[in-house]
Design a protein around this ligand. Sequence first.
Ligand code: CAA
Length: 292
Amino acid sequence: MTSSSPETAREFRTVGVVGLGTMGAGIAEVFARNGLSVVGVEINEEALTRGRQHLEHSTARAVKRGKITEAEQADILGRITLTTEMKDLADADLVVEAVVESLEVKKGIFRELESVVSPTAILATNTSSLSVTEISTANAHPGRVVGVHFFNPAPVQNLVEIVRTVVTEPSVLDDVTGFVERLGKNPVVCGDKAGFIANTLLFGYLNHAVAMYEGSYASREDIDAAMRFGCGYPMGPLALLDLIGLDTAYEILDTMYKQGRDRLHAPAPLLKQYVTAGLLGRKSGRGFYTYE
Ligand code: CAA
C-alpha cells in the first residue's frame, strides 16, 4: 500500500512512546534511528531503567556487528528522552502506546494523553489483539486514534499493521501509512478484528506447536527443527514463543478465542501453566528453552 506523495506528506518530528517494554523500547529505537526526537514514558524509575537498558543493549549489539558506530549509537540514544511524566509528551506529533495488553490500562492512558497532546496529534496503539475501537472510546476525538502494530523485534521486522476503526479519519490513516513507509517498513492496512492479519494466521500455528509438545508427540528441538529446516522459517514455533513472551502469547490467544474464533486459538493448557509458573520466555530467562 502506498500513501500520499512526499510533497504532501505530513511531517512527524517528535514522537512519543508510552511503555518501554520489549515492544515499546524496540519502537523507540526504530524512531530514533530514523532521526526523530523520541519521548519515552514509563510508569516509574525502575521500569524506565529497564527500558534504558533494553535500548542500550540493542544498539550496542548493532555496534558490535559493525552496523553503526559508537558515535551513531550515542546520537540515537541522545535523541531519546526518558521520563515518567506524561506531560512531557506535549510536543509530540504522534504517540504510540505500547503498554500491557489490558483494555483498562490502555484506555486510562488514552484518556490522559488527550489532556496532554495537541489537538492535531495522532494517537496510536501497538495492541496485538485488543479492540482499537474500544480503546479509542476513551477519547473525545476517536477519529485520530489508529492501530500501529509492530512486530518483534521491532528494529528487525519490516511489517507494520495499520489498523483502522470505523471512525479513524482517512487523513490519519494516510499520514500514518506514509510515516511508516518513510521509516523503511512495509505498512499493511486492515480492519479492527482481534489478531489483525498476521497474528490471526500465526497464533493458531504457534498454539498447535505447544499442544504437540504438551502431548509428548515430539521434542521441542525437533518441533522447531521441522519448521526451520522443512519450511524455511527463521525460528521454530517454540523458540518464537519464547521471543514473543509466553504471557503476551497467552493474552493474544485468549483474546482471539474469546472473540469467537475457532478452537485453534483456545490457549494450550501448558502455555497457561508456564505463565503461572513465571516461565515467560527470553525475558524471564526461561520458557520452552533456558537463556543465559
Ligand atoms: N533486537 C534488535 N535486533 C535484533 C534482535 C533484537 N531482539 N534480535 C536480532 N536482531 C538483529 C541482529 O542484530 C541482526 O541484525 P543485522 O542483520 O543488522 O546484523 C539481525 O537481527 C539478525 O540477527 P541474528 O543473526 O542474531 O539472528 P537470526 O538471523 O537468527 O535472526 C531474528 C533473529 C531476527 C529474531 C529471526 O530469527 C526472526 O526473524 N525470527 C522470527 C521473528 C518473528 O516471527 N517475529 C514476529 C513475532 S509475532 C509478533 O511480534 C506479533 C505480536 O503481536 C506479538
